[in-house]
Each structure stands twice: as structure tokens, then as C-alpha cells.
Design a binder for this molecule. Sequence first.
Ligand code: NAI
Ligand SMILES: NCC(=O)COP(=O)(O)O
Length: 347
Amino acid sequence: MSTAASRPILAITCGEPAGIGPEISIRAAWELRATINSVLIGDAAFLAMIAEEIDPAIKLVALSEQAFKFSGLPDFGPERVAVIDCPFSVHVRPGVLDPRNGRAILKTLDIAISGAMEKAFDAIVTAPLQKSTINDAGVHFTGHTEYLAEKTDTEHVVMMLATDRTTPPLRVALATTHLALKDVAAAITADSLSRTLDILQHDLRARFGIAQPRILVTGLNPHAGEGGYLGREEIDIIIPVLAAAKAKGMLVSGPYPADTLFQQKYLDQADCVLAMYHDQGLPVLKYASFGHGINITLGLPVIRTSVDHGTALDLAAAGLGRADHGSMLAALNAAAQLVRATAAVAE
Ligand SMILES: NC(=O)C1=CN([C@@H]2O[C@H](COP(=O)(O)OP(=O)(O)OC[C@H]3O[C@@H](n4cnc5c(N)ncnc54)[C@H](O)[C@@H]3O)[C@@H](O)[C@H]2O)C=CC1
Ligand SMILES: NCC(=O)COP(=O)(O)O
């Protein structure tokens, strides 16, 4: 099924329909149709309406989930973009969240995940969804990252955001994912941190072709704990884990104070920074490249990339044409590149 070498097949979940996800998904899939075989997953009638408004020349062709499951994906060629129909429960009003569509949004992800696990898709690319809407629909949901881990039976995954708009490219991985700040310290255990480093090392090699990844690790506390006077996580957990990783031959260093680590002289010597939590690492990357970065979930049995932004309900409410689809283009191109790089490393 896979056409990794030529035109990889990427499942795109169109995300929260009241946000900018459908628009950026259609624009990016259409623009890249010559090199990427995108398969949009969402409400086909709704997507057709948006496509018509963006540009009547855009050609979408819909198939039902049943047809996809029983007969697979027909070859629609590069002149049309396929849509797997996943109908919403209620009419969508741009900018207005409706939890009654929450379960259908989640179903788009389920179709993408099972299709990728069965190798009908080479990778998954997700447009942003509103995490609160899924919860309001009655399903506990903290993020795609955790949901993908659960649905693929993966015990441990790593969230990494990346941009090639800097020199060298900046990659920021996180030791924890979507957690309330009060729960972060307890989640950083020797076991979870060493698993995170192992996954980083493995995926930077297998998916990015970096033979000996150099990983700079932040501390958790201000001034990396100030020798224990501002917290003991560095002394009790991070330093011993880094020592063990170095003993295994990994090129890790730290813990560095997070507020001064992001300087060119350090980043020039690094393939990746591992930050301890969401708002420690991501603001730096988003400041460097917001709207053009990507989010990659490492450690999964499938390739998944996403955009570096959220649903932007404010823009969706204002009408089509306001959102920048640069990050969606980057996420699609990165997924295609990861498909090719992974195939090359496996050979
Ligand atoms: N991968 C995902 O599914 C993600 C989903 N989210 C969800 O998005 C929701 C809203 O998040 P916010 O923190 O408000 O961030 P946001 O990224 O949606 O918006 C923050 C600001 O950036 C602007 N912006 C965002 N994307 C843009 C684009 N493509 N072009 C131009 N301007 C853009 C918005 O107009 C707004 O001013 C959250 O509640 C969260 O659930 C957030 C991040 C990732
Ligand atoms: N800020 C990045 C983010 O929240 C990613 O969330 P998700 O991809 O796990 O849904």
C-alpha cells in the first residue's frame, strides 16, 4: 500500500471544525498534492463547502469510512484530494465550539490511527482540536499525544516541537506532556526521564538520521536548583539519570538553567534540547518560528506530525483567509520527509 518513495499517503485529521483546522488542512493538502497523497478526514459536505469558498478549482473526492475499510483507498491521482467522510452531529458555526461534535472529532483520529496501524497511511498529520470540547463531550482527553499513545498501546511517548527556520534547526522535546503545573515535579521520575532520553536517542537516529544525537537537558527549577537550595530534582533525579545515559554512550549534558540555555553558543552544539515541561520549552520555539514550526510525537509505532498552534477560534470566527497555513505545510512536508528517512534507515 505504501508509496513512501514517491507520494506518501498522509491522513490529515481536520481538527476542531469551528477553528481554522479545516481551512489550513484543505489549503495545504491542495498545494502539496503533486508530492503528497493527502487524505482528509472530516465531514465531507462541510469540507466541500469550505473548499468551494477557498477556491472553486479545488477538487475533493469523498468516500465513506465503510468503503475505505472494505476496499481501501482508490487511486485518485494528484488532481484530486480524497476525503474520508466522518459526519458531524450538528451544524458548525465558525468560532463557536459545540461539544455535540466532540465524539465525531475524536472519531477522525480513530480512523487515522487504525489506518496508520494497518499501513493504509504512511503517517498521520493532525490539525488542532479544542481539547476542552472533547472533555465537554464526556471523553477525558488531554491531547493528541496522550491519545495516540493510548490507542497504539505505547507506554511512553515524547512530544517534540521543531523548526528549520533557525540555524541550526531547533528541536525542543519535553519530559512531560499536558500536565497541570502542580503535577509536573512528581511526574519527573528517574524511570520516566531515562525512557524519554532513550526514545529521543532512538527516534533522532531512526527518524532523523542523526547518528549520535547531542541532547542538552534543562533543569526543572530556577538556576537548575541552585545546588539544592531551590529544589532537589536536579540532584536527586536529573543528574543521576544523565550520568547513567552518559555511561551508555549517549551525548547528553546538563542540567542547564532553562532561562539561559537557549543561546546560540549552546544551540550550535546541540541536536535537541530536552525541557522539563510544556511552558518551559515551547515558548522559546514558538517565539522563534510561530506558524512555521511542527510538533512530532516520538516513540509511537506510527509517524505523527502536527502544527505548532491551536484552533485560533478568533480567526475562524472572522472568516476564511485569516489563518496562516505555513505550519500545516511544514507538518505535511515533515511527515513526508520522516516517512522517507525512516524507510531509508530501515533498509
Ligand atoms: N495540536 C493541537 O491540537 C493543539 C490544540 N490546541 C488547542 O487550541 C486551543 C486554543 O489555543 P490558544 O492557546 O488560544 O492558541 P492558538 O494557537 O489557537 O491561538 C493563539 C494566537 O495565535 C493566533 N494564531 C494561531 N494559529 C494561527 C495561524 N495559523 N495563523 C495566524 N495566527 C494564528 C491566534 O489568532 C491567537 O491570537 C486550546 O484550547 C487547545 O485546546 C493548542 C495547541 C495545539
Ligand atoms: N502546545 C502543543 C500541544 O498542545 C500539542 O498538543 P497535542 O498535539 O498533543 O494535541
